[in-house]
Design a protein around this ligand. Structure first.
Ligand code: MLT
Length: 261
């Protein structure tokens, strides 16, 4: 369903009973809310899942001025739009995790817990930043296949089915180049969230695929040490796309974690 937020038509799906425990699921780059579908099917009888397409992704309109703050504010506005006033579990995968940190800084009262999936707290170094700007220009000139082809192999655990890899390569290649370029620049400009880890005072679940080659398990282990009382779940036979590769194991980790269950 579309909602007009900050002058843009943004798509946000909701699944599950309205009274179910609310979870905001923020997708990674260059993906869309569709990445949460396998997990959503497993949890929809128990939880209320709020699944936005970030600006410029999926069925949401793009703007050239994306930032972690704008994405986080869009998510907060979408919670209002779907009538969700309760504090929510904020779950973010990779770039979605960067946004979850920003959401926590900007709207602490709306966060009952954090679920940090295949992500990292650190900002880009100078070289990575330059690479993002160069890739953004390429994507605008040549299309999103540039990013899809560079990422497709790195996303999955060794031995992941070829049709799964092809499906997600094609999804990424079909992403809106304006949205992809804007997100690359937004990630390049994102803040370092590492100093905030010790200020996280809500329950935190950290999930990482054992073979994650983009945000490797060592980064999640370091986050786990830095966030007091956090839980770390390492997902077997999964790479960077743990919720897509092993939705059942990820769903069970969430069930164990969600505080009111
Ligand atoms: C993602 O999966 O969201 C991206 O790989 C994150 C990044 O490029 O830093």
């Amino acid at each position: 369903m579309h909602y007009t937020i900050d002058g843009l038509k943004l798509n946000c799906e909701t699944l599950g009973p309205e009274r179910g425990e609310p979870i905001l699921l923020i997708h990674g780059f260059p993906l869309s809310g569709a990445m949460w579908r396998p997990l959503g099917e497993l949890l929809r009888d128990e939880c209320r899942l709020i699944i936005p397409d970030l600006r410029g992704f999926g069925a949401s309109e793009a703007s050239d001025d994306a930032s972690m703050a704008r994405y986080a504010d869009d998510c907060a506005a979408l919670l209002d739009a779907v009538g969700e006033r309760r504090p929510v579990a904020v779950a973010g995968m990779s770039m979605g995790g960067y946004i979850a940190f920003e959401f926590f800084r900007r709207a602490r009262k709306r966060v009952v817990s954090l679920v940090l999936v295949d992500t990292r707290p650190g900002a880009d170094g100078e070289e990575a930043r330059r690479g993002r700007f160069a890739t953004a220009e390429k994507v605008l000139a040549q299309g999103s296949a540039v990013v899809a082809d560079a990422m497709a192999e790195k996303l999955f655990a060794p031995g992941a089915p070829a049709d799964l890899k092809k499906h997600w390569r094609d999804e990424m290649a079909g992403a809106n180049p304006r949205g992809v370029a804007a997100a690359l620049k937004a990630m390049a400009h994102r803040a370092d969230s590492t100093p905030d880890l010790k200020r996280i005072d809500v329950p935190a679940l950290i999930i990482v695929g054992e073979h994650d080659a983009i945000t490797p398990p060592a980064e999640s282990e370091a986050m786990h040490r830095a966030i007091r009382g956090s839980t770390l779940e390492t997902i077997p036979d999964a790479g960077h796309m743990a919720p897509v590769e092993q939705p059942r194991i990820v769903a069970d980790a969430l069930r164990r974690f969600l505080p009111s269950r």
